[in-house]
Design a protein around this ligand. Structure first.
Ligand code: MN
Length: 202
Protein backbone atom coordinates (compact mmCIF):
# COMPACT_ATOMS: atom_id res chain seq x y z
CA UNK A 1 0.00 0.00 0.00
CA UNK A 2 1.43 3.36 -0.91
CA UNK A 3 0.49 6.28 1.23
CA UNK A 4 1.13 9.93 0.64
CA UNK A 5 4.03 11.01 2.83
CA UNK A 6 2.29 13.63 4.92
CA UNK A 7 5.34 14.05 7.19
CA UNK A 8 7.55 15.63 4.52
CA UNK A 9 6.89 19.19 5.71
CA UNK A 10 7.50 18.14 9.34
CA UNK A 11 10.90 16.66 8.46
CA UNK A 12 11.93 19.51 6.17
CA UNK A 13 11.62 22.02 9.04
CA UNK A 14 13.85 20.12 11.49
CA UNK A 15 17.47 18.96 11.90
CA UNK A 16 17.22 15.68 13.77
CA UNK A 17 20.87 15.77 14.78
CA UNK A 18 20.05 18.92 16.77
CA UNK A 19 16.48 18.64 18.02
CA UNK A 20 15.35 15.91 20.44
CA UNK A 21 12.02 15.64 18.57
CA UNK A 22 11.21 12.29 16.87
CA UNK A 23 12.02 11.96 13.17
CA UNK A 24 8.89 9.93 12.53
CA UNK A 25 10.50 6.95 10.82
CA UNK A 26 7.98 4.64 12.42
CA UNK A 27 4.30 5.12 11.65
CA UNK A 28 1.41 4.70 14.04
CA UNK A 29 0.37 1.32 15.33
CA UNK A 30 -3.19 0.07 15.66
CA UNK A 31 -5.34 0.39 18.73
CA UNK A 32 -7.40 3.26 20.00
CA UNK A 33 -6.70 6.60 18.41
CA UNK A 34 -5.08 9.08 20.79
CA UNK A 35 -5.19 12.81 21.16
CA UNK A 36 -2.58 15.00 22.79
CA UNK A 37 -2.37 18.67 23.70
CA UNK A 38 1.17 20.00 24.01
CA UNK A 39 1.83 23.23 25.86
CA UNK A 40 4.63 24.88 23.88
CA UNK A 41 6.52 27.89 25.17
CA UNK A 42 7.92 29.04 21.83
CA UNK A 43 8.27 32.67 20.68
CA UNK A 44 4.68 32.94 21.88
CA UNK A 45 3.05 30.44 24.23
CA UNK A 46 0.47 28.20 22.55
CA UNK A 47 -1.16 24.80 22.80
CA UNK A 48 -0.73 22.24 20.02
CA UNK A 49 -3.88 20.15 19.64
CA UNK A 50 -3.20 16.84 17.89
CA UNK A 51 -5.43 13.96 16.78
CA UNK A 52 -4.01 10.60 15.71
CA UNK A 53 -5.41 9.71 12.27
CA UNK A 54 -4.13 7.76 9.26
CA UNK A 55 -0.79 7.01 10.94
CA UNK A 56 0.11 10.62 11.82
CA UNK A 57 -0.95 13.37 14.23
CA UNK A 58 -3.22 15.94 12.57
CA UNK A 59 -2.23 19.20 14.26
CA UNK A 60 -3.42 22.71 15.12
CA UNK A 61 -1.76 25.48 17.15
CA UNK A 62 -4.27 27.05 19.55
CA UNK A 63 -2.90 30.35 20.95
CA UNK A 64 -5.28 30.52 23.94
CA UNK A 65 -5.57 26.77 24.45
CA UNK A 66 -8.75 24.67 24.62
CA UNK A 67 -11.70 25.90 26.66
CA UNK A 68 -14.27 23.87 28.61
CA UNK A 69 -16.87 26.59 27.95
CA UNK A 70 -19.00 26.01 24.80
CA UNK A 71 -19.36 29.79 24.33
CA UNK A 72 -15.60 30.20 23.88
CA UNK A 73 -14.44 29.87 20.27
CA UNK A 74 -10.71 29.31 20.21
CA UNK A 75 -8.67 30.10 17.11
CA UNK A 76 -6.74 27.05 15.90
CA UNK A 77 -4.12 27.46 13.16
CA UNK A 78 -3.59 24.26 11.18
CA UNK A 79 0.03 23.07 11.33
CA UNK A 80 1.90 20.29 9.61
CA UNK A 81 1.18 16.62 10.39
CA UNK A 82 3.46 15.25 13.12
CA UNK A 83 4.67 11.66 13.66
CA UNK A 84 2.61 9.57 16.07
CA UNK A 85 5.71 9.22 18.29
CA UNK A 86 5.45 12.98 18.91
CA UNK A 87 2.49 12.31 21.23
CA UNK A 88 5.00 11.33 23.95
CA UNK A 89 7.45 14.15 23.26
CA UNK A 90 8.33 16.43 26.14
CA UNK A 91 11.51 18.46 26.34
CA UNK A 92 13.23 21.50 24.95
CA UNK A 93 13.67 22.30 21.27
CA UNK A 94 17.07 24.04 21.07
CA UNK A 95 17.69 27.67 20.13
CA UNK A 96 17.91 28.16 16.40
CA UNK A 97 15.68 25.18 15.66
CA UNK A 98 12.11 25.38 14.39
CA UNK A 99 9.74 25.97 17.34
CA UNK A 100 12.60 26.54 19.82
CA UNK A 101 11.36 26.34 23.42
CA UNK A 102 9.98 23.99 26.07
CA UNK A 103 7.17 21.50 25.39
CA UNK A 104 5.07 19.46 27.84
CA UNK A 105 2.29 16.91 27.38
CA UNK A 106 -0.42 19.12 28.82
CA UNK A 107 -3.19 16.56 28.26
CA UNK A 108 -3.54 13.22 26.48
CA UNK A 109 -5.86 10.25 26.15
CA UNK A 110 -8.01 8.32 23.74
CA UNK A 111 -10.67 9.87 21.58
CA UNK A 112 -13.72 8.78 19.58
CA UNK A 113 -14.48 10.14 16.14
CA UNK A 114 -18.05 11.50 16.07
CA UNK A 115 -17.81 13.08 12.62
CA UNK A 116 -20.70 12.08 10.34
CA UNK A 117 -21.76 13.07 6.85
CA UNK A 118 -25.29 14.27 5.97
CA UNK A 119 -26.48 10.67 5.74
CA UNK A 120 -25.22 9.86 9.22
CA UNK A 121 -22.24 7.81 8.08
CA UNK A 122 -18.99 8.18 9.98
CA UNK A 123 -16.32 10.19 8.17
CA UNK A 124 -12.70 9.11 8.84
CA UNK A 125 -10.79 11.85 10.67
CA UNK A 126 -8.22 12.44 7.91
CA UNK A 127 -11.06 12.91 5.38
CA UNK A 128 -12.94 15.09 7.86
CA UNK A 129 -9.88 17.35 8.22
CA UNK A 130 -9.68 17.76 4.44
CA UNK A 131 -13.43 18.55 4.34
CA UNK A 132 -13.00 21.15 7.10
CA UNK A 133 -15.08 19.79 9.96
CA UNK A 134 -14.22 17.28 12.69
CA UNK A 135 -16.16 16.32 15.82
CA UNK A 136 -14.54 14.15 18.49
CA UNK A 137 -15.17 12.96 22.04
CA UNK A 138 -12.03 13.29 24.16
CA UNK A 139 -11.10 11.05 27.09
CA UNK A 140 -8.26 13.04 28.64
CA UNK A 141 -7.32 13.90 32.21
CA UNK A 142 -8.19 17.58 31.81
CA UNK A 143 -10.35 17.63 28.69
CA UNK A 144 -13.32 15.34 28.17
CA UNK A 145 -16.46 15.17 26.08
CA UNK A 146 -17.19 16.62 22.68
CA UNK A 147 -15.08 19.15 20.78
CA UNK A 148 -15.67 20.47 17.27
CA UNK A 149 -13.02 21.79 14.90
CA UNK A 150 -14.28 23.85 11.97
CA UNK A 151 -12.24 25.45 9.20
CA UNK A 152 -12.98 29.15 8.74
CA UNK A 153 -10.38 29.99 6.11
CA UNK A 154 -8.38 27.82 3.72
CA UNK A 155 -5.07 28.63 2.09
CA UNK A 156 -1.46 28.49 3.15
CA UNK A 157 -2.34 29.00 6.81
CA UNK A 158 -5.70 27.42 7.52
CA UNK A 159 -7.67 29.11 10.29
CA UNK A 160 -10.00 26.88 12.28
CA UNK A 161 -12.10 27.27 15.42
CA UNK A 162 -11.94 24.79 18.32
CA UNK A 163 -15.16 24.79 20.35
CA UNK A 164 -16.39 22.67 23.26
CA UNK A 165 -19.66 20.86 22.56
CA UNK A 166 -22.49 21.73 24.98
CA UNK A 167 -22.64 18.36 26.75
CA UNK A 168 -22.34 16.99 30.29
CA UNK A 169 -18.59 17.63 30.28
CA UNK A 170 -18.95 21.31 29.43
CA UNK A 171 -18.19 23.62 32.37
CA UNK A 172 -17.88 27.37 31.96
CA UNK A 173 -16.39 27.71 35.47
CA UNK A 174 -13.37 25.56 34.72
CA UNK A 175 -10.30 27.04 33.04
CA UNK A 176 -7.79 24.17 32.94
CA UNK A 177 -5.28 26.11 30.82
CA UNK A 178 -4.84 28.45 33.81
CA UNK A 179 -5.50 26.16 36.78
CA UNK A 180 -4.03 22.81 35.64
CA UNK A 181 -0.56 23.67 34.44
CA UNK A 182 1.30 20.39 34.99
CA UNK A 183 2.25 17.79 32.43
CA UNK A 184 0.07 14.66 32.59
CA UNK A 185 3.21 12.74 31.69
CA UNK A 186 5.82 14.06 34.17
CA UNK A 187 3.98 16.37 36.57
CA UNK A 188 6.24 19.26 35.53
CA UNK A 189 5.17 22.68 34.30
CA UNK A 190 6.54 23.99 31.03
CA UNK A 191 8.69 26.47 33.00
CA UNK A 192 10.13 23.63 35.09
CA UNK A 193 11.03 21.69 31.94
CA UNK A 194 12.75 24.79 30.53
CA UNK A 195 14.65 25.42 33.80
CA UNK A 196 15.76 21.79 34.19
CA UNK A 197 17.09 21.74 30.67
CA UNK A 198 18.97 25.02 31.20
CA UNK A 199 20.60 23.77 34.43
CA UNK A 200 21.58 20.39 32.91
CA UNK A 201 23.52 22.21 30.18
CA UNK A 202 25.58 24.23 32.66
MN1 MN B 1 3.95 24.38 18.70
Amino acid sequence: MTRKDTLREYRSKRSFDRTPEPSGKTRGRGGRARFVVHEHEATSLHYDFRLEAAGVLKSWAVPKGPSTDPREKRLAMRTEDHPVAYADFEGVIPEGEYGAGAVIVWDAGGYDNLTEDRDGRQVPVDDAVERGHVTVRLHGEKLSGGYALTRMRSGERERWLLVKTADDDADARRDPVRTQRKSVRSGRTVDEVAAEEASSRR
